[in-house]
Each structure stands twice: as structure tokens, then as C-alpha cells.
Design a protein around this ligand. Structure first.
Ligand code: BG6
Ligand code: MG
Length: 221
């Protein structure tokens, strides 16, 4: 186990909840039904893909021009940025800072593979940026999750083989991306949400270097 590649929203901090709220406000304004179950499909995928799925749900796919859709995406992002502007280090999810520290001390590579264009801002607000050897530049990624590209880029940036990496995700699309990359997948959530993960934890508080190593080497046997 040479590296751990983290998703951000819903793994490092609970911004998955803020994405949910911001999309929820937009959906409500457009009279499109929106709930947590549907929101699971939006986790891990880009802003524009999320908007397309929401509009399709409301049978509004052909209602907006490209410009109109762009305006809706900006509207969602403005609300989202309002919500994340108040983030502080206290918003780091349980166990994450301790894990990052342990990984650094053990000289295990640390990368971020987030689909969010707000990722760098959030890492700064959480005062975690210094732990990361690589933050994959999402604007250079052609194929979003569930494609493995972003996780493979993380491994390449760290100079390690995908098979020596663990990926941690809270999204179905993210777990699929990790598995397609040939990595060991840790899911944060319920077993039904994280069906393709190699192991599932209910909360990040369960994560530690020793538990990751134990499961990783057990899996490799
Ligand atoms: C992912 C989230 O991390 O980033 C998605 O899981 C979100 O919900 C995506 O849509 C894109 O984020 P942003 O901040 O660029 O709109
Ligand atoms: Mg996520």
C-alpha cells in the first residue's frame, strides 16, 4: 500500500450535504421533485452532468438553451459557494485529520481526486492542503467518474501503481471509478449505497492507517 487517494465531498468534509441543499433549492425553484435517493446518483459527477440529470427528471431537458443551462449551473454554484464560505477546520469529518497525519508519517502518498472545481478552496478553508502530495486538476480530466481517469491521474502524479493504491469514496460513481482503476475501494456510507466497494465504513471515524493496511493486505492475499 503506497498511496491513498481521497474523494473530497462526503469523505473529507460533509459538503455532499451542501451540494444536496444547493441542488434542492434549484430543483424546487424549477418544480422538479428532488430527494436524497435521487441525489445519490448525483454524487461524484460533474456540475453539468448533475444539472442534466435533474432537468431530465423534470422532463425539462429540451426547455433550456446552453446559455440557460449555464445560468442554472451558476445559480446552483453561487448558492453552494455561499454554504461553503463558512467552512472551518472544525468541519473536517471525524478521523480524517488523524488519518492524513498517520499517512504522512508513514510516507504513504496522499492525493485528492475530486470532481469539484471548488476543491482547492475547500481544502484551504479546512487547512488540509499541506497534507496532499497531489490534487488532481479536474479541469484537465476528460472523463468524469465512473471513468477511472481521475484516480489513475492521482496515482500517476504520485508515481505509484494503481494496484498499490487505496481509493476512498462516498459515491457510487466514485467506487466504480476506483474499481475500474484497479485500486482497493473503501466506501463511506451504507452497504446498499456502496455495493461495489471492497470494504464499507459507516463513518470516517472508523478509518485509520492500521485498519486500511489490514483490509488491503487481506484483500491482496
Ligand atoms: C463532486 C460532488 O465531488 O463534485 C458532486 O460529489 C459535484 O456532487 C461535483 O456536483 C462538482 O462540484 P462543483 O463544486 O465543481 O460543482
Ligand atoms: Mg463524494
Amino acid at each position: 500500500m503506497k498511496a491513498v487517494i481521497f474523494d473530497l465531498d462526503g469523505v473529507i468534509t460533509d459538503t455532499a450535504e451542501y451540494h444536496f441543499q444547493a441542488w434542492g433549492s434549484l430543483a424546487e425553484a424549477l418544480s422538479i421533485p428532488f430527494d436524497r435517493e435521487f441525489n445519490e446518483q448525483l454524487k461524484g459527477i460533474s456540475r453539468t452532468e448533475s444539472l442534466d440529470k435533474i432537468l431530465a427528471r423534470g422532463n425539462l431537458s429540451n426547455t433550456f438553451s446552453e446559455e440557460g443551462k449555464q445560468d442554472l449551473a451558476v445559480r446552483k454554484n453561487t448558492e453552494y459557494q455561499r454554504l461553503i464560505s463558512a467552512l472551518t477546520p472544525a468541519d473536517v469529518l471525524p478521523g480524517i485529520q488523524a488519518l492524513l497525519k498517520e499517512l504522512r508519517e508513514a510516507k504513504i502518498g496522499i492525493a485528492l481526486a475530486s470532481a469539484s472545481k471548488n476543491a482547492a478552496f475547500i481544502l484551504d478553508r479546512l487547512e488540509l492542503a499541506h497534507y496532499f502530495d497531489s490534487v488532481v486538476d479536474v479541469t484537465a480530466i476528460r472523463n468524469g467518474k465512473p471513468d477511472p481517469e481521475i484516480f489513475l491521474a492521482g496515482a500517476a502524479n504520485l508515481g505509484v501503481r494503481p494496484a498499490d493504491c487505496i481509493g476512498i469514496e462516498d459515491a457510487q460513481a466514485g467506487i466504480q471509478a476506483i474499481k475500474s482503476a484497479g485500486m482497493f475501494a473503501v466506501g463511506v456510507g451504507t452497504p446498499s449505497q456502496m455495493q461495489e466497494a471492497d470494504i464499507v465504513v459507516a463513518t470516517t471515524a472508523e478509518l485509520s492507517l492500521s485498519m486500511l493496511e489490514e483490509h488491503f493486505y487481506e484483500f491482496k492475499k
